[in-house]
Design a protein around this ligand. Sequence first.
Ligand SMILES: Cc1ncc(COP(=O)(O)O)c(C=O)c1O
Length: 445
Amino acid sequence: MALLADRLKRIKPSPTLAVAAKAKALKAEGRDIIDLGLGEPDFDTPDFVKDGAIAAIKAGQTKYTVVDGTPELKKAICAKFKRENGLDYVPEQVSVGNGGKQVLFNALLASVNPGDEVIIPAPYWVSYPDMVMFAEGTPVIVQGAQENGFKITAEQLQKAITPKTKWVILNSPSNPTGAAYTVAEMKALTDVLVKNPHVYVMSDDIYEHLVYDGFSFKTPAQIEPSLYERTLTVNGVSKAYSMTGWRIGYAAGPKDLIKAMALLQSQSTSNPCSVSQAAAVTALNGYQSFLDGWRKTYAERRDLVVGLLNKADGITCPKPEGAFYVYASCAGAIGKQTPSGKVIATDEDFVTYLLESEGVACVHGGAFGLSPYFRISYATSTKALEDACTRIQRACSVLRKREAETAPRGAIFIVIPISGGCRDRPGFCLSSTFGTHQSHAAGAG
Ligand SMILES: Cc1ncc(COP(=O)(O)O)c(C=O)c1O
């Protein structure tokens, strides 16, 4: 009898964590690596938050708590939703988990039945499709085209909805593109959802505070109050307060779902760390003005990276509205040859080339469901970013057109990458509008 369960076959390791592990391993070998792979702020957790945690330890808040969050934290979360999003929740509508990741996982596992469809706009955060598949649901991928700022349109959303649709997962600002929906763009989507009352909305707002150039963030339940009853609004302290290691995420939504999520958590991890919960109370209730400085720094870094990448041969990089990522096209490098003679056939080849030749770690677009792109996290020092972009420029400048004699007669060197979700997982992509990414029916491609 096989040791491992069949259900494990439905999921794969997180590609972003895999890049981080590879970069760490190369560093350990003494290589000079700049890691732009992981979505983690480089700022330290603010001192007032750390002080809150120390005070909690000293006050003996070191024991089990209520499974899905202390009353103090749930109160702070309700206050946050009221203050920042104009949403009214009571503690019974709030769930706290070990990061937004566990909250999303709990929500999907608690609500998705085999065969239920979950609409996921691509490019998507790497974990959404795997979580859906682990819950025996079917991810339905809708491609946000670069020409539309990597966002999906109302028409695309309507087309993807079927009687089997359970959820649509919206993530604005987005990981991996940094794209954020304006109020008008989000309203167009919520209008579609109003007309489809069987569809629930999961809004992952974890990058809510990281928007630039005066962008106005609004969450779907705020934009369309009639969706309140069927929306789960997910957030957390990882990105806004630079608290990735503390593992606190939360959500607010329908009481039945929140209760089911607590049941699941009670039989898996129990409560999130008591000290981290106390720290999260301090963060949410504390002064938020430090964020202005962080936003200013992030926006400067974004502009720097976009400017430098657009100077690299074969790279085009749009300027995103938020988060701390850029999603650059490497279409101009595809089909070219490296100095060692290897042909870059996919965006995965491209990022492998960057890592091996210049020691720059980033994640290929295939991991996020749209090729040929690569994601750079600019949550690192300006110096490291300048250095990394210079290295990328250098790596791109030495790529050459494939030599004619190696080409079969009449061949056209346009490679249509099908890496990532579609190639690895047949039957996974439903809808695509972007030219270089092929749409696959079950088993095709
Ligand atoms: C879009 C998105 N949602 C959720 C998460 C989960 O974050 P955490 O589990 O640290 O709260 C991440 C982390 O990278 C993310 O990028």
